[in-house]
Design a protein around this ligand. Structure first.
Ligand SMILES: Nc1nc2c(ncn2[C@@H]2O[C@H](COP(=O)(O)OP(=O)(O)OP(=O)(O)O)[C@@H](O)[C@H]2O)c(=O)[nH]1
Length: 384
């Protein structure tokens, strides 16, 4: 398992870089090289994550230079790099973010009696937080048992037992993203429009690059120029390479990227796919094709298929998890926008109904606003 963030000063902003055309000869796929500067020491957030040891850092050789030209900078990046006042600790941000979800639940425990009324209010509060019927029923039953076993006699003690119950329910979702067993580790990222895929890839790439991992991004959204530009800007900021192509087949771009990643000794290849609804069957077929084609480029890949879901969408997020999992056999989730949601209870619903591991949670728009998921901390933040 790996440890949580050690906050680092943000790196100086790099110039946005070109998105070159993907070449038919995959091994020679044009890539934008990372800026030729020494990578940061491996000391950060992903410290224990990689297969390679501290003593043997991954070799990072400078790739052949490629022509660069500036890409238009989308608004998001400006937000990401604005100087800000010192940030509250991420737990504070999560607590603040989940306050809208948690206040209704915490309110239940302000009385003096443990009675049926308390459990009814709690049921209502959990449903309002989008925990869903199944998880709500499960939690109520589990809580009643805990209260009986502990002979709890005041609501504050019941609240503490609810934290335990939620933490235990969410615990199966805790799993680290393993990088380093395959070379490269191929990560395919999917989700509906605007869920936060590209932003999360940017954040993840930053931490991988900080940990001396050589990353290659595949811009598999070949139709939306802004999406490619946004990814290119993240790539530039993170000093990593990118394979991109205007128009054409997203599967071909991804194939090129994986083959190029292998040829160039990259540690990680991350494919950013275009947003789509699971009801858009032809677009879901396109994702399946990308998945198949990745396996042709590298037999055991993709090693990770990550769904990015917007935590604000509550029960809809659960529906997305189910649909994308059925189509693509997800290996993990990134749950974004937990920094201001009234629907944070959806993680309980996911744990109960489709327990796909939550690798990361997004708690803001900035590069550092990505955290590994910890069930107990989440439960504590939820109930303040
Ligand atoms: N508050 C908050 N905003 C976030 C978070 N993650 C992403 N966002 C914002 O959500 C918006 C959409 O993010 P994108 O990364 O562009 O989403 P996407 O899934 O790549 O979108 P498409 O390419 O259109 O499918 C942006 O404004 C991000 O800044 C988060 O954890 N918290």
């Amino acid at each position: 398992m790996f440890s949580f963030f050690k906050k680092k000063a943000p790196p100086p902003p790099a110039e946005p870089q070109v998105i070159p055309e993907a070449s038919p000869a995959a091994a020679d796929a044009p890539v934008v090289p990372p800026a030729a500067e020494a990578p940061a020491a491996r000391s950060g957030w992903f410290g224990g994550l990689f297969g390679k040891s501290e003593a043997e850092p991954a070799p990072i050789s400078a790739p052949a230079p490629a022509p660069v030209e500036p890409a238009a900078e989308p608004e998001i990046m400006e937000t990401a790099e604005k100087p800000t006042a010192p940030r509250a600790g991420w737990m504070e941000r999560l607590k603040l973010g989940l306050r809208k979800t948690g206040s209704g639940i915490a309110q239940v425990f302000t009385g003096t009696k443990i009675d049926e009324d308390l459990y009814e209010q709690l049921e209502e509060a959990l449903l309002m937080a989008d925990a869903g019927v199944k998880a709500t029923e499960f939690l109520l039953k589990d809580l009643k048992r805990r209260v009986k076993d502990a002979k709890a006699s005041d609501p504050a003690a019941v609240k503490a037992l609810l934290v335990d119950a939620i933490a235990e329910l969410l615990a199966p979702l805790e799993k680290p993203l393993a990088i380093g067993e395959a070379s490269p580790t191929v990560v395919m990222v999917v989700g509906v429009n605007g869920a936060g895929k590209t932003t999360s890839i940017g954040k993840l790439t930053r931490h991988l690059a900080d940990a001396e991992q050589r990353v290659l991004l595949a811009a598999a959204d070949t139709f939306r120029a802004a999406a490619r530009e946004q990814l290119a800007v993240w790539a530039g900021r993170n000093r990593v390479e990118i394979v991109s192509q205007e128009g054409g087949d997203p599967a071909a771009v991804t194939y090129d990227a994986v083959v190029a990643g292998r040829a160039r000794g990259c540690d990680v290849v991350i494919a950013d796919t275009a947003g789509r609804l699971p009801t858009q069957l032809h677009l879901m077929e396109e994702l399946k094709k990308i998945r198949r084609v990745i396996a042709k480029a590298q037999a055991d890949a993709p090693h990770e298929v990550l769904l990015v879901v917007d935590g604000n969408t509550g029960q809809n997020a659960l529906a997305q998890v189910k649909a994308f999992d059925e189509a693509l056999q997800l290996t993990g989730l990134v749950v974004t926008k937990l920094d201001g949601t009234a629907k944070g209870g959806v993680l309980a619903a996911i744990a109960r109904e489709r327990p796909v591991p939550v690798y990361f949670i997004g708690v803001g728009e900035k590069l550092e606003d990505l955290e590994t998921f910890n069930a107990r901390e989440f439960a504590q933040a939820l109930l303040g």
